[in-house]
Write a protein that binds this ligand. Sequence first.
Ligand SMILES: C[S@@+](CC[C@H](N)C(=O)[O-])C[C@H]1O[C@@H](n2cnc3c(N)ncnc32)[C@H](O)[C@@H]1O
Length: 234
Amino acid sequence: MKDLFGKALLDFQNGNYTEDIITSTSISDEDELPIPYLFRNYKEMPKLEQKALQLTKGKTLDVGCGAGGHSLYLQEKGIDVKAIDISDGAIEVVKKRGVLNTEVKDILDETETFDTILLLMNGTGIFQEASQVSKYLTHLRGLLNPNGQILIDSSDIKYMYEDEEDGGFWIDTNAEYYGELDYFLSYKEEEEDAMKWLYLDFENLKMTCESVGLSCKLVLEGEHFDYLARITKK
Ligand SMILES: C[S@@+](CC[C@H](N)C(=O)[O-])C[C@H]1O[C@@H](n2cnc3c(N)ncnc32)[C@H](O)[C@@H]1O
């Protein structure tokens, strides 16, 4: 990984913001990811994220913290929060912004236990592929204190396969799950290695939770097929 995402965050943090990140996926054309959005404050966050922050309590883990807006908000509220990310650049930014407990770490390498685990801005993306969801959920289950909770958001992206003319869908039923995308990112003329990124619909998330001893409830639906879920031990 070249960590172009982290490089973009660092440029913004250091006052060198000149251009945005360009993303594309296996089913969509190029799009801009505005870097200021990754530095959004509470008021600028979508309702689903605000709701997740309202429900957060106890010792908290912010998984894939990015520029750390959620962690900063919680820390300012007096919540004991740890922010982790696989991006060196992201963690450098989060430290510069004042988050006290932070570490470059893959969620699968985390061993501490928590009362709340947050995975926000399409949290299921980190699972990468449908076939890996139970592995990640089982690991996350092991990181929960008694009465602990996982707050995670994602979207059902079936709408992206809809034919605008006849309203039908062009999903290939023999292929992998339709929410599994190849994700491409470039920044300042450099291309990141291709990544896998998973959008998981609520019913599939719930079903997989049930299969690994977790219970999954819908907390809130967004305006565009997106949702926030709360997962607890059964
Ligand atoms: C879409 S960004 C979301 C950032 C932040 N949560 C937000 O809402 O602005 C996803 C983040 O997850 C991080 N990430 C991806 N896989 C990860 C993993 N296995 N463990 C920890 N962080 C991961 C990426 O480096 C990236 O910063």
